[in-house]
Design a protein around this ligand. Structure first.
Ligand SMILES: [Zn+2]
Length: 105
């Protein structure tokens, strides 16, 4: 039997899904506990608490590294209106509330 560790406890569903998707793209198998919360597809209650993420013990360090690098290296974006730098998880400029726009190629 695999040894498993909790990567996230008492998280919310939105965070858990974000992390799960991110880790799976890195080839890390993640188990989301609290499946009874997942009713209809497309109607996830994003404010649900106490969701847990489990990973194999062997992959725990790698998973934490992935999540750590995400927080540190999230690409910032520059506001097209006021040219302030914003964190990647902001959808609006913190300074002038302009919408985030993708950089042009
Ligand atoms: Zn701005």
């Amino acid at each position: 039997m695999d040894e498993r560790k909790t990567l996230l406890t008492e998280g919310n569903l939105l965070q858990a899904h974000t992390w799960k998707g991110l880790l799976e793209t890195c080839g890390i198998c993640v188990e989301l506990k609290g499946e009874m919360l997942l009713g209809g597809v497309g109607e996830l209650p994003v404010d649900v608490q106490n969701v847990e993420l489990w990973v194999a013990e062997l992959e725990l360090a790698q998973a934490q590294a992935v999540l750590g690098s995400m927080e540190v290296e999230g690409p910032q974006w520059q506001c097209v209106q006021c040219h302030e730098m914003n964190e990647a998880n902001f959808d609006l400029c913190w300074h002038c509330s302009a919408e985030k726009s993708e950089p042009r190629n």
